[in-house]
Design a protein around this ligand. Structure first.
Ligand code: PLP
Length: 357
């Protein structure tokens, strides 16, 4: 089926319509069923949309094998990060993160005045130092919030699920875990699993964050949610007047249809796998080192300065990821459609001929 019918076919990027490989968005466009539902929601949008939320809440709960009162919606998962931090912030709280991870956690932790504890990753492969993070928690006298993105952004890699689970299950004193699984649906590694089952088992020291921005291709619709025990959800709810009112009618109905649209979700995963393999083949051909990607982006080395590479790509109307210090000489390339990645590989070969990569 032609799921991408609503997207225009591949066109050579131009200054006005560049190839957007810089924000880890999903290039295939929303599910057509979701698009239709969003359009149909517009005439109803003079009313508050909260009565439309229960079916979506049920779908989200079923997806994680939890109950409806384990779900708290937010306008994207970035706001869920804020809510989870707000509900656990105190003047003594430290916020523990690896040095290379998604920035919104640190952003909100700063806003709430937390002490940021960054644990350096291995500079060769940017592997997260889980033991180092554990020590930071153990050695600290006050409460800790651990923010772990798995798979991680910008590195695209996973940390071992069993190790994460056993750390959470060990219930370190005064510690809450925020586990951000924005990219989980793209993972291929069979050892990976969501922490959702820990919540189903009643563990109350873990908050799982999910977004519709990635596998569902709905970044502009702003839908995300937190999964946690009912008690925890109540605690978080102090920072959200009514979660059903944080979503718009088009967003709710689109998200509901997207969750039901299994063929679309399969296509979304498949398109990413195919496009990613095209780019990985190129990286192998050019012998550019890359990290094993479990997401819709890939972190790879480029010779020289990222700024120069970024500028040269921009001259070709291709936008690539920003700098992620301390990872100098690495580029985060979001995965486009297969056609888009073929185009990028052609440009990369031209760059190689010029000695630029
Ligand atoms: N968490 C991670 C790890 C992300 O990479 C992103 C977006 O790139 C988000 C959360 C934010 O997603 P949302 O669009 O749901 O706010």
């Amino acid at each position: 089926p032609d799921f991408t019918a609503s997207n225009s076919p591949f066109q050579i990027p131009t200054q006005d319509a560049p190839l957007m490989l810089h924000f880890n968005e999903n290039p295939i466009g929303m599910s057509l069923k979701a698009q239709k539902a969003a359009i149909q929601a517009i005439p109803m949008a003079n009313r508050y949309a909260d009565p439309a939320v229960p079916p979506l809440r049920k779908l989200a709960a079923d997806y994680h094998k939890v109950k409806e009162d384990n779900i708290l919606f937010s306008a994207g998962s970035s706001d869920a990060i804020r809510i989870c931090i707000a509900a656990h912030a105190s003047p003594e709280t430290q916020f523990v993160i690896p040095d290379l991870t998604y920035g919104d956690g640190e952003f909100f932790a700063n806003a709430y005045g937390l002490k940021i504890t960054k644990i350096p990753s291995n500079p060769n492969n940017w592997a997260i130092d889980l033991n180092g993070m554990q020590s930071a928690v153990t050695d600290y006298s006050g409460p800790s919030i651990v923010y772990l993105v798995n798979p991680n952004n910008p590195t695209s890699t996973i940390v071992n699920s069993a190790e994460v689970e056993s750390w959470i299950k060990s219930k370190p004193k005064g510690t809450i875990f925020i586990i951000d699984e924005a990219y989980a649906e793209f993972v291929n590694n069979p050892d990976y699993r969501s922490v959702d089952h820990l919540i189903a088992e009643g563990l109350d020291n873990v908050l799982l964050l999910k977004t519709f921005s990635k596998i569902h291709a709905m970044a502009g619709m702003r839908v995300g949610y937190t999964v946690a025990t009912a008690e925890k959800i109540k605690q978080l709810s102090i920072y959200v007047e009514d979660d059903a009112l944080t979503l718009s009618y088009p967003s709710i109905l689109a998200a509901t249809e997207s969750m039901k649209d299994k063929p679309f979700l399969q296509f979304s995963k498949k398109s990413n796998d195919v496009a990613k393999s095209i780019y990985i083949d190129l990286l192998k051909e050019l012998q550019l080192e890359y990290l094993p990607s479990e997401t819709n982006f890939i972190f790879h080395r480029i010779p020289g300065e990222l700024a120069t590479f970024k500028q040269r790509m921009q001259e070709q109307h291709i936008l690539v990821g920003r700098a992620f210090p301390p990872a100098d000489g690495w580029c985060r390339m979001s995965i486009g459609t297969p056609d888009e990645m073929i185009y990028v590989t052609e440009k990369m070969r031209e760059f190689r001929k010029k000695g630029w990569v």
